[in-house]
Design a protein around this ligand. Structure first.
Ligand code: NAP
Length: 389
């Protein structure tokens, strides 16, 4: 991409943790990027503040009520305010736009992200659920429409960086690192009693609520295995997980000659965000430099698959293929929000997902509509299952 004119950017999910970090990186490069559209759901206060500061041409919120609240905060000087999925898709496919940052959380990110892919945009992909739900289709569409999907997830960004200039045929194994989350050293008995406020305390990363709970159950790593399968076109047998509590090595690639390349740095999402926005250039991200002497020893251990069954559930869904990863994703979203509402316990999250997967009939899919229908049906099954728990 030519660096001579400003790159036009849309940030889907600008009020979230990734969205805010993205705007921080962009603000460091006013000569390089121009933000054309921002989207949020109901946090209109933060969106109003971002809109006043950045002056995008378009913003999108959840519905009419959110639009009215936003318009009154912006007092007449507002850009076009859209609502709902149709307007999210419109923002993601604006002709003039070069880069779409996909930072909505959960299944809601799939449709606008796919729309951007089909418009041949560069997609800076944080919304891993897009590839979990419909990875095969999304990657096929990216190829067909010449879209670049550059991962923002720190593990996948690390792998992407380690693979730059390498022959993918010479990769033996991808190694995703996991911090292990806040319950790495807890017994199952202790885990039975954890409450949402305990699970929301991540030891290394500050993130949105859903991914923070996914990190505590290690489902986040399971989802990342599925994401890696599609991004790097490797089978699950060549994707491993190691727990690395210091979160300095963001992931590794092992090559056939015995070399292992790792990407390291302090845990701050602005590094992978800057990489996805600037690729192939490296941009200043505002992140402190890693001092390996001060950092001290780096440790690695096997994940405990018995205490954290979510990993095996995700690997199983990936092996089954077809619509099963979309079932896993929807069941997980219902389980996580039910846990956050105090309706189920922490260890019931994987139990519920397993029960829903066992109840669901798997099949292959051709269209995104089939994936979305499965998402809706699975949510219904999961809610019924909660009633039974
Ligand atoms: N946070 C991280 O460090 C991190 C790291 C790697 C990957 N990711 C991935 O990045 C994505 C975003 O994570 P996050 O932590 O930034 O989440 P977050 O802080 O919860 O932010 C989510 C964003 O999506 C918007 N949103 C929520 N529900 C929506 C819906 N139904 N329709 C449209 N927009 C909706 C939110 O708007 P409101 O604010 O108005 O609710 C907010 O802007 C996730 O897929 C996550 O797995 C995050």
């Amino acid at each position: 991409m030519a660096a001579s004119r400003k790159q036009k950017v849309v940030v889907l999910g600008s009020t979230g943790s990734i969205g805010v970090n993205t705007l921080d990186v962009i603000a460091r490069h006013p000569d390089r990027f121009e933000v054309i559209a921002l989207t949020a759901y109901r946090n209109v206060e933060l969106l109003a503040e971002q809109t006043k500061r950045i002056a995008p041409k378009q913003v999108v919120v959840a519905d009419r009520e959110a639009r009215e609240r936003l318009a009154s905060l912006l007092k007449g000087s507002s850009p076009e305010i859209g609502t709902g999925v149709e307007d999210l898709m419109r923002a993601a496919t604006l002709k003039e736009v070069d880069i779409v940052v996909s930072a909505i959380v959960g299944a809601a990110g799939l449709v606008p992200t796919l729309a951007a892919v089909q418009e041949g945009k560069r997609v800076a992909l944080a919304n891993k659920e897009t590839l979990v739900m419909a990875g095969r289709l999304v990657m096929e569409k990216a190829k067909e429409h010449g879209a670049e999907i550059i991962p923002v997830d720190s593990e996948h960004s690390a792998i992407y960086q380690c693979l730059a200039g390498e022959d993918p045929g010479k990769v033996r194994r991808l190694v995703l690192t996991a911090s292990g989350g806040p319950f790495r050293e807890m017994t199952r008995n202790e885990m039975e009693r954890v409450r949402p406020e305990n699970a929301l305390q991540h030891p290394r990363w500050e993130m949105g609520q859903k991914i923070t709970i996914d990190s505590a159950t290690l489902m986040n790593k399971g989802l990342e295995v599925i994401e890696a399968r599609w991004l790097f076109d490797l089978p699950v047998e060549q994707i491993d997980i190691v727990v690395h509590p210091e979160s300095i090595v963001h992931s590794m690639v092992e090559f056939r000659d015995g070399s292992v390349l790792a990407q390291m740095g302090l845990p701050d999402m602005r590094v992978p965000i800057a990489y996805a926005l600037g690729y192939p250039e490296r941009l200043e991200s505002g992140v402190e430099f890693l001092n390996v002497i001060e950092q001290g020893p780096l440790t690695f251990e096997q994940p405990d698959r018995e205490r954290f069954p979510a990993i095996a559930l995700a690997e199983d869904a990936l092996r089954q293929g077809g619509l099963m990863p979309a079932v896993l994703n929807a069941a997980n979203e219902v389980a996580v929000s039910s846990f956050l509402q105090g309706r189920i316990g922490f260890l019931q999250i994987p139990r519920l997902i397993r029960a829903v997967m066992e109840k669901s009939r798997n099949r292959n899919y051709e269209t995104i509509e089939e994936v979305l229908r499965t998402d809706l049906e699975t949510r219904k099954t999961a809610r019924e299952e909660i009633g039974r728990l």
